[in-house]
Design a protein around this ligand. Structure first.
Ligand code: AMP
Ligand code: MG
Length: 489
């Protein structure tokens, strides 16, 4: 007899489906006409214990298209709420379905989710579909983030559906298979807190603890520990975003994970010139999610998460509020410590001196004033080169450099260790917007995937500077600016 599990490597469990019924709706993907595999992540597939060859076959592809349900899967749409640009709303998976959780050969558990697989009970007015450009964009940027060492959901495959999807024009439909340690969002807690019982909230919190923080299970107040762990992860995550110039673009509470993974690569983009007010998203007119605002918004989102936990933090509401406030009030300081660590590493600094912060701020101030390229400036400092920008020629810079060199001179560690630290903290290549666009244009308009494949290859080793990758380090030509990203993809 054919053993499907052995053939394909799918080894799915469905712990989410064992949670209270109100947490989700069972739902099947809508069949699509003629699926075609556009890109497949062989390395990720292998690490999940999947059979690469089988999954690249017609039967394997049918799973990524939603035309076939692998054994053990139990497709469901997750319910969640969220604050979108500050306004609370009921949301849920409107165009995504959780197939199940893949148990890897090492015993780890990863959500396998189809994004763009058709309408669900949470679709509201939407068509439940996704288009090729944005799905490839998520694939490229999420995999680049992973290679940069930033916690993120991963991308396993993109298939086209053979159907067109109506946006401003007809566009090719596509489905992304997303992999995550879970899809628990701040908004999942907000949903249960708003419409469920305290017991259901405990079930959700216990589930999150079991999946992400088993070490706090026996804590005296494990729900308070959960809040504190999530605060820690977010503080670390956002510091990492800042350190590479990543702008998420839509930091709504439904797009923030309990696991501390970056999720939802809609309108995100990397900053070229350093400017804290940078916003790429066309709908973010007030700059709520601007680069310089991300840390504060992280705190705002955590406060909403803490509020959602109030019913289980303490039986006395006042006490619960105090516990939540005390935890939240520590966030900004924690973020700041994480950020200082990231920035010290970018400057090759070991240990701590009180003047470090002023040194970092002074450099950033100059970079903002002279509109220096964020990535290339730190890379130039790493290699002791002078980037071809106005900043390096100034007296201000020369004075700053003296202070920096003096700071490095005061530490025990050798110049080589300092340089090694900088090399591993300052990427040579990031997914520059004009490069990503170029790859997407070739893929979507010409069916030429080679540009994207080469870009993915370069981005897979972002801290190495291969000579033939130098072209990928160049900032965009003025004609490619200002860059804008769009929601509603
Ligand atoms: P996002 O802006 O991607 O975070 O999505 C916000 C909400 O809109 C989520 O509930 C999504 O599931 C839903 N959504 C986004 N696009 C679609 C679509 N094409 N059809 C149905 N729901 C959608
Ligand atoms: Mg979302």
């Amino acid at each position: 007899m054919k053993n499907e599990i052995k053939d394909t490597g799918w080894n799915l469990d469905n712990s989410y489906a064992r949670l209270p019924e109100s947490f989700y709706k069972n739902h099947h993907p809508t069949e699509v006409r003629s699926p075609k595999l556009i890109i497949f992540n062989d390395l990720l597939a292998a690490s999940l214990g999947l059979n690469v060859q089988e999954l690249r076959s017609e039967n394997g592809i049918a799973v990524f298209a939603g035309n076939s349900i692998p054994e053990g899967a139990f497709p469901l749409a997750q319910a969640y709420a969220g604050h979108q640009f500050g306004h609370f709303a009921m949301l849920g998976d409107g165009r995504a379905l959780l197939l199940g959780e893949q148990i890897t050969p090492l015993g780890e558990r990863f959500d396998i989710q189809l994004k763009g697989s058709g309408r669900t009970p949470y679709s509201r007015g939407g068509d439940g579909r996704a288009t090729l450009g944005p799905m490839l964009r998520e694939y490229i940027i999420s995999e680049a983030m992973h290679a940069l060492g930033i916690p993120t959901t991963r991308s396993l495959a993109v298939v086209t559906t053979g159907e067109s999807v109506m946006r401003e024009t007809h566009l090719p439909g596509a489905i992304l298979t997303r992999v995550a340690t879970s899809h628990l969002r701040f908004g999942t807690f907000q949903y249960v807190s708003q419409w469920g019982t305290a017991d259901e909230l405990k079930v959700l919190a216990d589930y999150a603890i079991k999946r992400h923080f088993p070490e706090i299970e026996a804590d005296e107040n494990r729900y308070l520990s959960l809040l504190q762990e999530v605060i820690k992860l977010q503080a670390g995550l956002i510091a990492k975003w800042q350190s590479v110039g990543f702008i998420h673009g839509v930091m709504n509470t439904d797009n923030m994970t309990i696991s501390g993974e970056t999720i939802d690569y809609g309108p995100c983009a990397f900053m070229d010139e350093y400017d804290t007010s940078t916003v790429f998203s066309s709908i973010d007119r007030q700059g709520r999610y601007a680069y310089g605002n991300q840390p504060v918004i992280g705190g705002w989102n955590l406060a909403r998460f803490a509020e959602s936990l109030l019913p289980i933090l303490h039986e006395d509401r006042e006490q619960a509020l105090k516990l939540a406030q005390d935890s939240i009030s520590g966030y900004l300081d924690l973020y700041h410590q994480n950020w200082l660590t990231e920035m010290r590493s970018k400057l090759g600094i070991f240990g701590e001196e009180t003047q470090d912060e002023a040194l970092i701020e002074e450099l950033l101030g100059m970079m903002q004033k002279y509109r220096a390229d964020f990535t290339n400036t730190f890379r130039a400092l790493t290699f002791g080169e002078q980037e071809n920008t106005d900043m390096f020629g100034t007296k201000e810079y020369v004075q700053w450099e003296e202070l920096w060199k003096a700071r490095l001179g005061r530490q025990q560690e050798s110049t080589e260790s300092s340089k090694a630290l900088m090399k591993s903290s300052n990427p040579a290549v990031i997914p520059r917007n004009h490069r990503v666009e170029e790859a997407l244009e070739a893929a979507v308009e010409k069916g030429d995937y080679s540009v994207m494949e080469r870009l993915l290859d370069v981005l897979s080793d972002p801290y190495a500077l291969a000579v033939d990758h130098e072209d990928y380090c160049k900032p965009p030509e003025p004609s490619n600016r200002p860059y804008q990203t769009f929601c509603g993809t």
